[in-house]
Design a protein around this ligand. Sequence first.
Ligand code: FES
Length: 123
Amino acid sequence: MEIVRLQGVGGLPPGESLVVEVSGRAIAIFNVEGELLAIDNACPHRGGPLASGEICGEIVTCPWHGWQMDIRTGACVNGPLARVATHRVLVDGADLLLVVRRQPERAPAIRQESTAEPDRKTI
Ligand code: FES
């Protein structure tokens, strides 16, 4: 976790977004109907810039191929295994405090192997 002070951007208007870079990682901050929410800016599909997407309620649509992300939860509307990290945003006067979380875990590959002997019945 990393906390970053963003000076003078506390007045981000509703429906607008901005991108900040923290330790080489682009974070998109959205004003969703007066609430400031932040997610990683890179779309989990192919890295499209989510901050440039169209916002409808708490959903942002990636401008590259149309995947939709829930800005509050980071979940992808199009597929349950894709997601982006969410980050906390606090208002401190004219500044914002951005609490950056670590990268989201990738979903583990599903692989089933059994070392048990198959059931054998003797007749
Ligand atoms: S890069 Fe976002 S939908 Fe393809």
